[in-house]
Design a protein around this ligand. Structure first.
Ligand code: HEC
Length: 191
């Protein structure tokens, strides 16, 4: 079940696949019997990630405190990009180039999101965080919420790239739904 989900993720999204795989502890199934295709995909993903490195905030942190601060900074960037999308799509004639640029950033950030929650960085670490313990108690559900966000960001990017204003507005609303979809279950309300 978990393995099926992970391979579905990889099919749909090499970046998420690579990162979930790189998470280490949960996806042993993928480590044995790696196929040539997976190896190639890893190479491509690495190239993609290196290409994105200049525009990406990567959470490399030692202490729980640093990890939490880095992920909160990433969520602030997500909030900023999402607001830019919403503000633009509400205009009578939205600039879809602006939407696309922010959607691309959301694609990148959403694909990294699962990596921002290593074990031991919840409230039990004694740091100020809105991350609920259920993130670690229900990892498959949390991952699904992250994948839904990534898919919505991709759909938004695609609609804006096509230049379809109506589809872009609908995709922006759907994107907003995926924030709520995760926050309702996994983010403490008054953090
Ligand atoms: C898969 C789950 C998930 C998704 C999807 C998600 N979030 Fe969050 N978000 C969280 C969690 C968990 C926190 C609390 C992080 C912490 O405090 O350590 C958070 C925190 C935030 C914060 C507060 C950051 C700070 O501390 O200042 C903002 C803003 C935010 N999210 C915006 C968004 C927006 C906008 C979207 C959708 C475009 C979104 N999030 C999608 C889980 C998610």
């Amino acid at each position: 079940m978990r393995r099926r989900l992970v391979s579905r993720l990889i099919d749909a999204n090499p970046v998420v696949g690579e990162q979930l795989n790189g998470n280490g502890h949960r996806d042993q199934g993928l480590r044995c019997g790696r196929t040539m295709e997976e190896v190639t995909m890893r190479g491509r993903t690495l190239g993609l990630l290196m290409g994105l490195a200049s525009v990406t905030t990567v959470a490399v942190a030692q202490t729980p405190q640093q990890t939490v601060q880095a992920r909160q900074a990433n969520f602030k960037a997500i909030g900023k990009a999402t607001k830019a999308v919403m503000d633009e799509t509400r205009k009578p004639s939205p600039d879809l180039g602006i939407v696309r640029a922010n959607a691309a950033q959301l694609v990148t950030l959403s694909s990294q999101l699962p990596r921002w929650f290593p074990k031991g960085t919840g409230p039990e670490a004694g740091v100020k965080t809105g991350a609920k313990p259920d993130i670690w108690a229900k990892p498959a559900e949390f991952r699904t919420a992250a994948v839904n966000f990534n898919r919505a960001a991709r759909a938004l990017n695609a609609a804006a790239t096509k230049g379809d204003g109506t589809a872009t507005a609908a995709a922006a609303r759907a994107l907003g739904g995926t924030c709520k979809g995760c926050h309702d279950s996994f983010r403490a309300k008054d953090d």
